[in-house]
Design a protein around this ligand. Structure first.
Ligand code: WT7
Length: 661
């Protein structure tokens, strides 16, 4: 645990304010206090009960958990189900086909569309048939590279209907990132769009798909293209097909098959501590169960009356779990918004809340801090009285942001759920239950009923209240990842090797005096930038792939707005140094390197700062001491340098900083 993190949390632990739910909220809440006792008494029976309550099984399961092959788990054995049927058909069959599933709000003002569950039912059947016509069947991976439009949901659910694992690639990732994911997943089909609306302009997506597919061998046979912006797109005859045409040519009805509970539902790539993103994959049954359950007891969705809105992009796990699979398995009505919060004005989110009558809002601390910066007068112009619950996810929420969210968005009335989880956990793990917990600003509080987590020290021993350590999960849970796609050893090694027999998430945490959990953030080489997970190694390898760079070290520096910001230190190649020095090309070179990272990984990975240095601080064994670079990036006095091979290196870097910025 770094000292600065420990000091930061020390200040937080003085936070003693608590906010109990109102009696009115508690009375209607789906999550209740007795659930904790019931889950503690018999965890497996508790999960079996949730599984049968929230999910429709075509064949009931006969065993809840098989942990005999730990750390590989199997849940709901013998059970068979279809995730798409649970998210769509089930609601139509129950007579709720007229309920709005998605209230789509495009970025251009006035561009809205309401899609009922019956509409969706029609679309997922056609889309499933269209994919089947292209040869997609059970077990065939499909890559989805789409903006935030309803077709993204339809595409995901159509894959699920066929038992074809989808791999959604965030639209902000580059052609290279897309190519490596397509190759690793072995995707036969890519579903993309001509583009999407972003800050008032049509952004392109199709050229990145073309670039990804033109640059070498790949398994892709067909590309389906959704028409969204109407812009011209390059076309490869025989490979590319318009989504609309494919659906129009497909049959209307599709008989869904049930799949084994353990059948892979999707693969989602996420940054780890090495340069290569991991394909985290989830199994249909357990994933669906925990997502429906948490959508109910944590997000407190009442499908018949709520208007729910999760502002995440579908390209991240939050979009998978809390736009598609959780809320839709409950039959919720939700808002889906295509654009940015400041287009065409900084009140856009609040205008949407007011117009759609949003009751439950789930967003990220980085967004909340941005709204704070824009000023309270902006949300004050809108009627936000429909809101009854607020959620936060993606990174620690500082108490100031928590309080601002509650006062200025929640009208000093709504509970807030600060939900801790990860791509790997698949669903919410640590969070208040909004009708039960006396929430404390800044703390994710306790594991939800059914989940067992602890904070342990270096030796893996549980720490006492008031102490810090590593956050671990000590019992298996239904929505746990089933592995790293194609690399079972990496799964074992990454998550189960740090501490014997328990899952180590990579986060540091502290217990306050009352035993509530405060998640501090990553203790590994993973950065959290605006709630987006970025790997230092991945950005370093992007930088060194540039011909002018000899070596690179990347650190995440504390940033008031984005949580962490990417700071890079680079050593240039000999021949380049002199040239750059002679012609004074420093600024140009930095711009060139930033653009290179954007091209290699995506614009979200662009470093905030790139510092050209002569040396990097290394231990005698050659390991870069990122801790010292972090001190520099955060403008702190540089810490202990005694383990450096050459302790003068840091003087050089610090001196360069003073003269540089
Ligand atoms: C990492 C997981 C969970 C979906 C979005 C991110 C951080 C997430 C919280 C929270 C403190 C949080 C952790 C975690 N994180 N939620 N409520 N409080 N930190 O998913 O990309 O897999 O990132 O996000 O560091 O390990 P992800």
């Amino acid at each position: 645990m770094t000292t600065e993190a420990t000091e930061g949390i020390q200040a937080l632990l003085h936070e003693k304010r608590t906010f109990p739910p109102s009696a009115e909220f508690a009375a209607q809440a789906n999550g209740t206090a007795e659930m904790y006792d019931r889950a503690d008494a018999d965890r497996e029976a508790f999960w079996a009960e949730q599984a049968r309550k929230y999910v429709r099984w075509e064949t009931d399961f006969d065993q809840t958990l098989d942990w005999s092959g730990a750390p590989f788990s199997k849940w709901f054995l013998g059970g068979r189900l279809n995730a798409c049927v649970n998210a769509v058909d089930k609601h139509v069959e129950a007579g709720n086909g007229d309920r709005v599933a998605i209230h789509f709000v495009g970025e251009p003002e006035g561009d809205t569309r309401d899609i009922t569950y019956a509409d969706l039912h029609g679309q997922v059947q056609k889309a499933a048939n269209a994919l089947a016509d292209l040869g997609v069947g059970q077990g065939d991976a499909v890559a989805i590279y789409l903006p935030m439009i309803p077709e993204a949901v339809v595409a995901m659910l159509a894959c699920a209907r066929l038992g074809a694992p989808h791999t959604v690639v965030f639209g902000g990732f580059s052609a290279d990132a897309l190519r490596s994911r397509i190759a690793d997943a072995g995707a036969k089909v890519v579903i993309t769009a001509d583009g999407g609306w972003r800050r008032g302009k049509p952004g392109a997506l199709k050229p990145a798909v073309d670039a990804a597919l033109d640059s070498g061998e790949h398994p892709v046979e067909k590309v389906l293209v959704v028409r969204r912006t109407g812009q011209d797109v390059p076309w490869t005859d025989g490979r590319d097909q318009w989504w609309d045409d494919a659906l129009a040519a497909a049959a209307d009805t599709h008989e869904a098959q049930a799949f084994d509970a353990e059948h892979p539902l999707f693969i989602l790539y996420t940054s780890g501590t090495t340069g290569k993103p991991k394909g985290v994959f989830h199994a249909t049954g357990g994933y669906l169960v925990q997502n429906a359950y948490t959508s109910s007891v944590v997000l407190d969705i009442h499908p018949e009356s709520d208007v729910y809105w999760c502002t995440a992009d579908i390209g991240w796990v939050t979009g998978h779990s809390y736009i598609v699979y959780g809320p839709m398995t409950l039959g919720a009505t939700q808002v889906m918004y295509e654009g940015t919060p400041d287009t065409p004005h900084q009140g856009r989110f609040w205008e949407i809340v007011q117009e759609a009558g949003v009751t439950v809002l789930y967003t990220a601390p980085t967004a909340i801090r941005t709204f704070m910066k824009w000023g309270t007068d902006i949300p004050a112009k809108f009627d936000l009285s429909s809101l009854r619950l607020l959620g936060s996810v993606g990174e620690p929420i500082n108490p100031e942001a928590w309080m601002w969210y509650r006062e200025h968005i929640g009208g000093d009335r709504t509970p807030i759920v600060d939900t801790w989880w990860q791509t790997e956990t698949g669903a919410i793990m640590i969070s208040p239950l909004p009708g039960v917990t006396q929430a404390r600003p800044g703390s994710a509080m306790r594991p939800i009923p059914g989940v067992v987590a602890e904070v342990v020290d270096d030796a893996g021993q549980p720490v006492g209240n008031g102490q810090g350590g590593y956050l671990v999960i000590t019992e298996p849970w239904p929505s746990m990842l089933r592995g790293v796609w194609g690399d079972p050893e990496r799964y074992r090694e990454t998550y189960w090797s740090r501490f014997e027999g328990v899952y180590f998430a990579g986060d540091g945490a502290k217990l306050d005096d009352d035993g509530n959990i405060w998640v501090l953030g990553r203790v590994d080489d993973v950065m959290n930038v605006s709630g987006h997970r970025m790997s230092t190694a991945e950005i370093e390898s992007a930088l060194v792939s540039h011909p002018k760079v000899a070596e690179a070290a990347v650190v995440g520096a504390a940033d008031a707005m984005t949580g962490q910001a990417i700071c890079a230190f680079v050593i240039l190649r000999e021949d380049v140094i002199s040239e750059a020095d002679e012609h004074g090309e420093g600024a140009e070179l930095v711009a060139e390197l930033r653009a290179h990272v954007a091209k290699e990984i995506g614009p979200i990975a662009k470093p905030r700062q790139i510092m050209v240095v002569a040396e990097l601080p290394k231990t005698r064994s050659g390991k870069i001491m990122r801790r010292l670079l972090k001190d520099v990036a955060e403008n702190r006095e540089v810490g202990d340098v005694t383990t450096l091979a050459d302790s003068s290196v840091m003087d050089l870097i610090s001196a360069g900083m003073d003269k540089g910025d």
